[in-house]
Write a protein that binds this ligand. Sequence first.
Ligand code: GDG
Length: 507
Amino acid sequence: MGRLVIVSNRVGVPKRGDAPTAGGLAVALKDAFSNRGGLWFGWSGTVSADPPDVVKHARRGNVDYAVIDLSQEAYEGFYAGHANAALWPVFHFRLGLLSYDRDHAECYRAANRRYAEKLLPLLRPDDTIWVHDYQLIPLGAELRAMGSRHRIGFFHHIPFPPWAVFSAMPGAEEVIRALLAYDLVGVQTHRDLTGLLDCMAQGTGMKVRAGGEIRFRGRRTRFRAFPIAIATDEFAELAARNVTQPATQRLQASLAGRDLIIGAERLDYTKGLPERLRAFGALLERFPEHSSHVTYLQVAARSREDVESYKDLKREIEHLAGRINGDYSDADWTPVRYVGRAVPRDTLAGFYRIAKVGLVTPLRDGMNLVAKEYVAAQDPEDPGVLVLSRFAGAAEGMPEALLVNPLDAYGMAEALNAALTMPLEERRERHAAMFRRLQAHSVSGWAKSFLDALERPDTSDTTHSRAAALSVFQPRLLSRSAATSSDSASEESVVSHVAGWSTARAS
Ligand code: GDG
């Protein structure tokens, strides 16, 4: 078996001796690398005024890291420009925030070409290449143009809108056509797969065959959903351990017996933070019995501060939090606590565990790992309740959460009230169903199912469709009394239904 070569936009080279516990892709790919070794290639995260045109190498265990810097021009045009000001909003259905600039689009192509030029000499003939995310869509096509005949897969972490939305971006056809350079394109959910297949059909004018594939110039590109998972048991242990740590204990003491609602994410307009603050304000207005009995803690790690729309968002959130606190605070109670920076991962896990409500309400999200982490972090004997946006990919596999539309402030306030007053038995049942499903889908299983589908295309489809079906099925809004609808019998019937559908389409 050849090496695994991962290409992602940002590559963090672990410090020597560090355990790879950081989270995100590092954890997901640890197992995939462990039995075959490999190469991880991408941007170092450094912007050099005058970048030396060299690849920096490091080796940790059986993984080689190779990183390059970006020039200031590439950073502005490729990363902050086309990737984050044009592609990110359009993929998240936010046409009003789409800012297209032809020079930036050219920088995007050029940066991908440069990545390909630097990567190609590092490749061996039997390597399998796995490219990640929207910053690198054209990389496969650039590698092919330079003669690469490797197996190349692409995983898209963020939503995939239908063509009616995506085609609003100038150059949309070119982006869609570039996907045909890959052997396999993965997205998070069935909803995204529907959007992707619609874009492939309409953006290329080609026929999408049954089973989700396009054949073009002797090559076949397949399209599939691979919902990303978390390391559930590890995260549960981390949370249980950290509940007794000083940071969590201090937070607990400061609540003085009040219930805690928690939100945590990068400060990003896709995450629905202003809408969430409005919903919390609506809770205090509509259900005044919660006044001075509940505290909402929002952790919002800084992100992309050089993109204009992110500056506006920061101001709006600070204004809303200030207004709610001005309207409702008492001398001894501040309803909203806003932490405008990242907190350490283990501390966050402890915070999740003591929070009675996890409030995860993006306007759109590929998956949303916070929703999964919050559930993993709970004490099964006395779990909190997840209030989750139906527009997060995670909602497809978490029907026992209280599913909300983040644009409906009063609907969210009702869900928050339901969560804060939910009887213990119902909380346990909802939690147990979600936790079981999280445990059944390990993050290493996610990576393995993608790589199997890429490397063994003709045998992996049936297995994959069954595995994916377990975590991808249509969300339902549950009534509070119908908490445990996903017993093993109903889960099995969903599996047969979805697997049957995939088999039928593949035949
Ligand atoms: C993209 C897609 C998809 C958050 N605040 C802090 C902190 N976090 C951690 C969370 C979680 C991660 O960051 C965020 O993951 P998400 O999935 O929620 O969101 P994106 O960063 O937008 O990721 C998304 C994901 O890719 C994977 O495919 O799910 O849809 O947009 O792990 O816990 N971590 C620390 N401090 C914080 O303050 N340490």
